[in-house]
Design a protein around this ligand. Structure first.
Ligand SMILES: [Zn+2]
Length: 146
């Protein structure tokens, strides 16, 4: 549950893949959802390589994607953020379709929530350096944040 007075004003971007389970099928949806189950992880959205967006948890509910985290002095970002997992990895370029979907999704979310900032998991994870996603291959300039 989110805290009753939580203002959902942050979007956290992650990458996820199943590369540790299967090198060839690293982007397989079933394997990735299996990882969520295995580690009790959850994000609100998953964006597949072809740009398909899957809502796994309605953002009115809290999800478990950020872990120990802090943003602008506020701890436990899961309370007040929406987590988006983009299928990819540290050394994998993201697809144009994924950026397009991300932009559409963020635009939609802004209609429903007072989103103020969009950050990468690496920026909010505690301690610093604990997380690397979405990583150097993520092209922030492709996000149309207005
Ligand atoms: Zn992450």
């Amino acid at each position: 549950m989110r805290p009753v007075k939580a203002v959902i004003d942050l979007v956290v971007i992650h990458y996820i893949s199943a590369i540790n389970l299967n090198k060839e099928s690293w982007s397989d949806l079933g394997l990735i959802l299996g990882i969520f189950g295995q580690y009790s992880l959850s994000a609100h959205y998953l964006i597949e390589r072809d740009g398909r967006v899957i809502e796994t948890i309605n953002p009115v509910h809290r999800a478990w994607h950020a872990g120990k985290s802090k943003y602008k002095g506020k701890s436990d970002c899961n309370d007040f953020s929406i987590g988006i997992e983009v299928v990819g990895g540290q050394f994998i370029d993201f697809e144009t379709e994924q950026y397009n979907s991300l932009n559409e999704l963020i635009k939609e979310l802004k209609d429903s929530y007072p989103i103020q900032n969009i950050v990468g998991h690496e920026e909010i994870a505690i301690p610093k350096g604990r997380k690397k996603d979405p990583g150097e291959r993520f092209r922030w300039e492709k996000l149309k944040i207005t």
